[in-house]
Design a protein around this ligand. Structure first.
Ligand SMILES: *Cc1c(COP(=O)(O)O)cnc(C)c1O
Length: 354
């Protein structure tokens, strides 16, 4: 039986994507070859890379608007460094909303001056700070749209005259935003888009080349743009599976269609967390993530019973991140509404049992 996969990443992908991906390993496109053994310079694979880049821009509404899309390796973690290498001349401004944002800050500090404009660390990263000032003399402002570990999500983004950079690893393609407000977006594929092994970077070309410093080739966005994500051998299979997921998303109606379902899933789980006397949410209500719902049992006395219930229901990956504890329901695009209903049912069953 297929499990209800609540894993925070690598994540659930649509069934048809798994099937198409499996078929391509046996033989790709009637070529007599597995996709795993094909040259990245072959016509078939160049087409995969191009379509993945174009479809990413298309789904975000950024085609022909001066943006490039790249599929690179090294995860979102390498982007913490690459962003600073490519953009930081004098100072980078950062919003600290969690572990990943903290890591981005740490890496940028190796490159130059960093100003943390606000942080919710004192509050256990339960909320998104407000009322902060973004210094106009900074080279860019960096934020994290969705904090995978704590279950918070930025519902709005600050207006600023400096380039806006965003780590969207765990909520890219999940909701409608005016993506043209952003100058650089990056996302590790494995949270909401594909398998681990590739990272999508969307960058506005005009913000590059301004630091006056030499950037090592493999860290230079301009080099990767010029080589169309083939400066070194790309992780073709990870890009291909991401492409299959993007095609699936386009077929079901794109971001507006998935956003509707994501809102329904979030309403269902948070409704139960708030209704059920045994549970409480971790994140502040106003900043709750539609992707990762974090919650705890009010009494650990019920933990064993609850864990047994959801495991019996075929749920996996529900344990919270080790730094937060409790539970985390990651409801990425491919997780069906029915899976959330199964979880809600086990929460209600627990209430009846104890
Ligand atoms: C998981 C995650 C990362 C780290 O991604 P890697 O691809 O493992 O480097 C960075 N940012 C956010 C928001 C994440 O959820």
């Amino acid at each position: 039986m297929k499990k209800h996969n609540y894993s925070a990443g690598p994540c659930i992908l649509p069934k048809e994507v798994f099937e198409q991906a499996a078929a391509a390993v046996i033989e790709y496109n009637n070529s007599g070859l597995s996709i795993l053994e094909m040259s990245h310079r072959s016509k078939d694979i160049v087409a995969v890379m191009e379509e993945a880049q174009q479809l990413s821009l298309e789904l975000l509404g950024l085609q022909n608007k001066g943006y490039s899309a790249l599929f690179l390796q090294g995860g979102a973690s390498l982007q913490f460094l690459m962003v600073a290498y490519n953009l930081l001349k004098n100072k980078g401004a950062y919003l600290n909303t969690g572990t990943w944002a903290s890591n981005a800050i740490k890496e940028a500090k190796n490159i130059g001056q960093v100003e943390v404009v606000a942080s919710s660390k004192e509050n256990g990263f339960r909320n998104i700070p407000t009322g902060y000032q973004i210094p106009v003399d900074a080279d860019y402002f960096h934020c994290t749209s969705n904090n995978t570990i704590y279950g918070t999500q930025m519902k709005s983004f600050p207006k600023t005259s400096i380039p806006l950079v965003c780590d969207m690893s765990s909520d890219i393609f999940s909701r409608s935003l005016d993506f043209s407000k952003f100058d650089l977006i990056y996302a590790g594929a494995q949270k909401n888009m594909g398998p681990a092994g590739t990272t999508l970077i969307i960058v506005k070309d005009e913000i590059l080349g301004k630091t006056g410093k030499t950037i090592p080739s493999i860290l230079d966005y301009k080099v990767h743009i010029e080589k169309e994500s083939m400066f070194n051998t790309p992780s073709v299979y990870a890009v291909y599976v991401s492409l299959l997921t993007l095609r699936w998303l386009k077929n079901i109606g794109g971001i507006p269609a998935i956003e509707k379902i994501n809102n329904q899933k979030a309403a269902l789980i948070y409704g139960e967390i708030d209704r059920n006397s045994l549970f409480e949410g971790y994140a502040d209500k106003a900043d709750r993530s539609n992707m990762n719902a974090t919650f705890t049992l009010k009494s650990t006395a019920h933990q064993e019973t609850f864990d047994a219930l959801w495991k019996k229901a075929g749920i996996v990956g529900l344990n919270g991140h080790r730094s937060v504890g409790g539970y985390r329901a990651s409801m990425y695009n491919a997780l069906p509404l029915e899976s959330v209903q199964v979880l809600v049912d086990t929460m209600q069953e627990l209430e009846k049992t104890v």
